[in-house]
Write a protein that binds this ligand. Sequence first.
Ligand code: F0G
Length: 462
Amino acid sequence: MNKKYVAPPYRIKMVEPIKVTTKEERIGFLKDAGYNPFSLRSEDVYIDLLTDSGTGAMSHFQWAALMMGDEAYAGSRSFYKLEKVAKEITNYKYIIPAHQGRGAEQVVLPQLVDREGLYFISNMHFDTTRAHVELAGARALDCVIDECFDTENYHPFKGNFDLKGLVNIIEGKGKENIAGIIMTITNNSAGGQPVSMENMKEVKKIANKYDITLLIDGARYAENAYFVKQREEEYKNKSIREIALEVFQLADIFLMSAKKDGISNIGGLICIKEDTDLYNKCRTYIVPMEGFPTYGGLTGRDMEALSVGLNEALELDYLEHRMDQVRFLGDKLRDAGVPIQYPVGGHAVFVDCKKFAPHIPYFEFPAQSVSNALYLEAGVRPVEIGSFLLGRDPDTHENLESPLELMRLTIPRRTYTYAHLEVVAEAVIEVYKNREILVGLEFDYEPPVLRHFTARLKPIKK
Ligand code: F0G
């Protein structure tokens, strides 16, 4: 499957040196980091695939835009520029910036929870979204199609909602107890998997029927639109922008971590289609949380760079190259027999560690063990998306078992070359060859929420 790759639609103007360390050094660094790659210093990482969030390379247009930042506390020119761009993309009436995605979540989600016993239903909640649902006093239920958990077999839209399941949850819990339906596009936790337009339209019908607010968690909405264009016949001649616009018209609220498809190092958006009451509530609530509603935790220059990045992320040649980098890494691993979520998603290759290290049980975090081994092998930093991240049941405090144990190799935008990805592939394949020697992990320190960010672990000696 040696398909030629799509060469980048840009050339390199500035470089940032990265350092190769020795295996002996990495053994020490990982121990000091409590066997949690989140605690490594980035200087000790050769190729950083922890996340695609805020780690992309800005264009020279974005760097130039930084100089235009209006740093006024209120009514900044940069805000009005950002507002105009976001309105053009979404056709929504109200735009409020936030410092990043979770900033938007912490402002909006509590407005939708006015009593106890409410639920949000998503194809899959991202971890901070789940945390904010729970902090607001509601519960987060996931409802994705079963094909999503079958990593081996092709399905064009593994991020889709299980529509029957969605109706069953609404009827089972009572429609008055559903605070909102959240369409996560692409579905990050399932492997950056897209949601089809057809599926989103059906979700919209269900939301209408039961009169439930529909939200889009659209950190990677442009990548999702690209998949729709590739894989849904009806959309092959539509532009990415047209497809995105059609998606936004389905929902009431769009929350965005603009660190992804805004190609910015920081930023988030709250976009509200037309609900003036909700807009007013958010405008009030954001002041003590993120800041005044015309900056929402961002500097004027951040808003300038974001205004440019939002448009660049919708360009087809950019998306074609980006998605091809992910495809390239995925093909290399699959050709070598490494189990991955197939087809690959938009922003990352997800290695199926239940199959990679079947001898490690979920409560000993197999994907974390594989991730650590990859760092030791080549200084590549991936991230675990599995039972370690999922945490504990908020009611019983038992360790939850994730349906998938994934190691995510996340590709930052416009940052690494195909040569870097070849180094990554070779290292993963090497770890795979020696997978029997991998061991599970146990806690040295476990924080009460979002434990994967700051926990310390140690290998279990058997
Ligand atoms: N929603 C989705 C689907 C996300 O992927 C993220 C972040 C957020 C919300 C929160 O946004 O980080 O700007 O506060 N995902 C990053 C990741 C962290 O690595 O996947 P944020």
